[in-house]
Design a protein around this ligand. Sequence first.
Ligand SMILES: [Zn+2]
Ligand SMILES: [Zn+2]
Length: 298
Amino acid sequence: MPRTHNDRQPDTVSSMDEFVTTYETTIRLAAFFGVFLVMAVWEVLAPRRTLTQPKTTRWLNNISLVVLNTVLLRLLFPAAAVGMAALCSARQWGLFNQVATQDWLSVVASVIILDGVIYLQHIMFHAVPAFWRLHRVHHADMDFDVTTGARFHPVEIILSMLIKFAAIILLGPPVLAVVIFEVLLNATSMFNHGNVRLPLWADRYLRLLIVTPDMHRVHHSHLEHETNSNFGFNLSLWDRLFGTYRDQPEDGHINMIIGIDTWRDPAHCVMLPGLLLLPFNGKAGDYAINRRTWKHGK
Ligand SMILES: [Zn+2]
Ligand SMILES: [Zn+2]
């Protein structure tokens, strides 16, 4: 019988587990509002681009979608990913609940592996036509700022949670790792969607490790080959490792067009009812994986 988390004497990670389980909601809310505030102020003080849509209307609609998603997730999965990690620990499910490892190692490895899962999930949402219909709500935003980072269709949010549950059941990560991962993902998503100016040298060094706003903005380009790049949300490692990394947009950060060419009407791309209906609106388009054709000579 392997020595697992439950067999151990109370140690730092176990007491941290208890602490984060008790204060999970507070920690997540504090991190969310803290990072959101910092990014919102930074966007006013040092914006990278001029926004193309009226900011108040966009923010009101994007934030309404975030509130709707938060309420929906709480109603459907009150214990969330942290609850699933606690259940796996109690039932001894998953890799790290079966294999004896150093506590710190299972925390670090779990955070990295979960980030890799989110990278692969993101690619899947671009490739599978039905999933692309959902994910294009994120991409149809004609501007790119902190609110884009949390703008996802509710069905995508629910599917993401189910994929996260599956990953947690297989991996059996410590509760602490799941809280760190959730807070990090939320914070980095707001950071890397920020319409903020970072000194170019800082961007160059930062993106050796994490996804920067300039790196993720390439993914929001209207050009298909640029959208098919930089799928990472947190660590920049995955794009480099799997060959999806693209350094800069062809048209430059100031002149590049953000969004999807076929979706430019604010009724569909800005207003909440349009956003909710967008996946069911029109055709899947010729972007998803089985709609593409070989292009020769390029
Ligand atoms: Zn995407
Ligand atoms: Zn994005």
